[in-house]
Design a protein around this ligand. Structure first.
Ligand code: ADP
Length: 331
């Protein structure tokens, strides 16, 4: 179970995505701030400030971008940092932008440097110089862009260069969701899917969802399979419990990757400190996967600390794995 999106998830997610700020569960502060900003922009008949949304995968960044376009009755154009490797890729997108459009750039921290520079000029001046050709023959062709709104999403706001970050008039930091909020999301999804989920069943799923709506919805789908095939279709606490045990999601919501990282850290490296690159090799994953998917949640649970010398397991992590933490003077 990861928070990354698989092709299989897309149609399912589209059906469950909240369409308005009112339907969005949790994130009260971001929701209220955005609602005010959007209402003011609509009243003034102006395009709103550019919006930067940051936070781990699956917390609602894409959903909020879609809601922003919806509230503005504006078309949404969707692209992503990895798709914009050359300034020309971005110039092509910008030349197609119409007044009032919302341009959503997912993983905005993964754009190339030259594209970033072009983007922040476009965001500031609504005008860029597109350089055509190379060397002495190169010419700059000015491109006027009508006022539009960029909604950028990033898992790590700290990776964005300062000048680009400064172009966003609004920054929303999305946080992991409380179990109660995830419970509401599970019940809402169950309603849309016409599933029979008891209150305790819903809570069981919510409490194992790693604070992440995408995971809550995905676990609900797995539990539904189990309920239909192995039980009477009703998602009770027991059904949810058995289904999630089958899918190796533990009582705190840690999945196989999370536990692999923790046990590599404790068993393989005596609790650390160990560099994240080494840790990633030990669990057979990309460094980014470990850094962006597993670590933020392990840090939040107080199981892992990021120190200048590397990653360190806390005593709580050892205990969660059923191991005895080393004596304090050895940590
Ligand atoms: P991100 O872009 O941050 O990776 P998404 O916006 O794609 O995350 O959200 C993943 C899924 O989780 C969506 O399809 C949506 O159904 C659900 N979701 C996210 N945030 C919320 C929320 N606040 N309330 C209800 N459902 C949510």
């Amino acid at each position: 179970v990861t928070a990354d999106l698989t092709a299989d998830d897309r149609a399912y997610e589209a059906a469950l995505r909240p369409r308005t700020l009112d339907e969005l569960v949790g994130q009260e502060r971001v929701r209220e701030q955005l609602s005010l900003m959007l209402e003011a922009a609509v009243a003034r008949g102006r395009t709103p400030d550019h919006v930067l949304l940051s936070g781990p995968p699956g917390l609602g960044k894409t959903t909020i971008a879609m809601i922003i376009a919806h509230q503005l009755s504006a078309p949404l154009r969707i692209t992503s940092g990895p798709a914009i490797q050359h300034a020309g890729d971005l110039a092509a997108i910008l030349s197609g932008v119409n007044e009032g459009d919302v341009l959503f750039i997912d993983e905005i921290h993964r754009m190339s440097r030259p594209a970033e520079e072009l983007l922040y000029m476009a965001m500031e001046d609504f005008r860029v110089d597109v350089v055509v050709g190379k060397g002495p023959g190169a010419t700059a062709i000015p491109l006027e862009i009508p006022p539009f709104t960029v909604v950028g999403a990033t898992t790590r706001a700290g990776l964005l260069p300062g000048p680009l970050r400064d172009r966003f008039g609004f920054t929303g930091q999305l946080d992991y969701y409380a179990t109660d909020e995830l419970h509401r999301i599970v019940q809402r999804s169950a309603g849309l899917l016409e599933l029979d989920v008891t209150d305790d069943g819903g809570r069981e799923i919510a409490s194992r969802s790693r604070g992440t709506p995408r995971i809550a919805n995905r676990l609900l789908r797995r539990v539904r399979d189990f309920a239909e095939v192995r039980a009477d279709g009703v998602i009770s606490e027991e059904v949810a419990h058995d289904a999630l045990a089958l899918y190796e999601v533990d009582d705190l919501g840690l999945d196989r990757l999370d536990r692999a990282v923790l046990s590599a850290l404790c068993d393989g490296f005596g609790g650390g400190p160990v560099g994240v690159a080494t840790l990633a090799v030990a669990v057979g994953e990309e460094r980014e996967t470990v850094e962006e998917l597993a670590e933020p949640f392990l840090v939040r649970l107080g199981f892992l600390a990021r120190t200048p010398r590397g990653r360190v397991a806390t005593a709580a992590a050892w205990r969660h794995l059923g191991l005895t933490p080393p004596a304090a003077d050895q940590l």
